[in-house]
Write a new protein. Structure first.
Ligand SMILES: Cc1cc2nc3c(=O)[nH]c(=O)nc-3n(C[C@H](O)[C@H](O)[C@H](O)COP(=O)(O)OP(=O)(O)OC[C@H]3O[C@@H](n4cnc5c(N)ncnc54)[C@H](O)[C@@H]3O)c2cc1C
Length: 267
């Protein structure tokens, strides 16, 4: 069971940051869907709901996603859907259910850096940066490797509109369950990336640009997928064995890279 001593709704980012910096037992609260399952004792719950961070904006060169933006908003945003060619809906659409995705936030998902995260896998395949209060902007790939500290306040996520395409697939034992494996491939400005999550560890990113320099042909994609299955570290848990996951890496890598190469529909 979780206990909370105080509950505060700061009105400015500065107040929120001060509260989070003050005591390691103070915690940022977003949708609270994950946090409530973690148990433990929170000194002050710092609810971020009054900070105006639940908006998503499209500029000429980026999608600017406030940390409190619900997953459902990201899933349905027409500009983001068009930019990702439907990959966003693919990545988000099986996360529990619509009511859940109306509450769970993009910031909570990114901050959590969960191994099983569909959200992290998709965003790592895109040109994504995060903005932390005080520390400023950094690439998501860098942020994903940092240890979690309760002092960090994630403010916004920036997905740059780098020209290219992206494809997403995941395997679940049953719809709405946690994924057995997540996979996103992208080719942005000629840079080819493959991200695999739910290994069950956090998403790993492979830069395939050099290996795909001759173009993404069916033969190249096949060998890239075989190589990815060797390079991506997998483990076992109740949802699948390491061997099964490595098999899925090969299959999903081939499907997503084929789609990015323009000769497959990802299925
Ligand atoms: C039963 C269940 C099933 C799920 N299945 C999936 C799935 O299949 N795929 C998937 O991708 N995800 C899944 N998730 C994760 C979910 O989508 C959200 O990522 C998760 O609930 C966190 O979002 P939240 O808004 O609820 O954050 P919270 O639970 O409120 O917070 C999560 C953590 O992030 C911190 N935090 C939140 N926002 C900020 C911020 N702006 N700055 C600093 N720290 C912050 C909190 O302090 C806390 O440590 C699942 C979650 C649950 C509970």
């Amino acid at each position: 069971m979780m206990t909370i001593q105080n509950y505060v709704r700061p009105q400015t980012l500065e107040q929120a940051y001060e509260l989070l910096s003050k005591n390691r037992r103070n915690r940022a609260v977003a949708g609270m869907l994950w946090l409530r399952l973690t148990g433990g004792s929170i000194q002050t719950a710092v609810d971020l709901c009054d900070l105006g961070l639940d908006t998503m904006e499209e500029t000429d060169d980026a999608f600017v996603i406030g940390a409190m933006t619900p997953l459902r908003k990201l899933e349905l945003a027409p500009g983001f859907a068009a930019y990702t060619g439907g990959a966003a809906a693919r990545a988000l659409g099986d996360i529990v259910g619509v009511q859940f995705r109306n509450l769970a936030t993009v910031g909570g998902s990114v901050f959590g850096r969960f191994g099983f995260s569909d959200v992290l896998t998709l965003l790592l395949a895109l040109d994504t940066e995060v903005e932390l209060y005080g520390a400023g902007r950094m690439p998501l790939a860098e942020f994903a490797e940092l240890p979690q500290t309760t002092r960090d306040l994630l403010v916004r996520i920036y997905v740059k509109k780098t020209p290219g395409n992206v494809a997403y697939r995941a395997v679940r034992i049953a719809r709405t369950d946690f994924p057995v494996l997540t996979c996103a491939a992208s080719r942005l400005d000629g840079k080819v990336r493959l991200c695999v999550g739910a290994r069950p560890g956090k998403a790993m990113v492979l830069d395939l640009t050099e290996a795909a320099a001759g173009g993404l042909t069916p033969d190249t994609v096949k060998s890239l997928a075989e190589e990815a299955a060797k390079q991506i570290l997998t483990g076992s848990n109740s949802r699948g064995s390491a061997a099964y996951r490595s098999h899925l890496v090969r299959v999903l890598a081939e499907r997503t890279l084929s789609q990015v190469g323009g000769f497959g529909n990802g299925d």
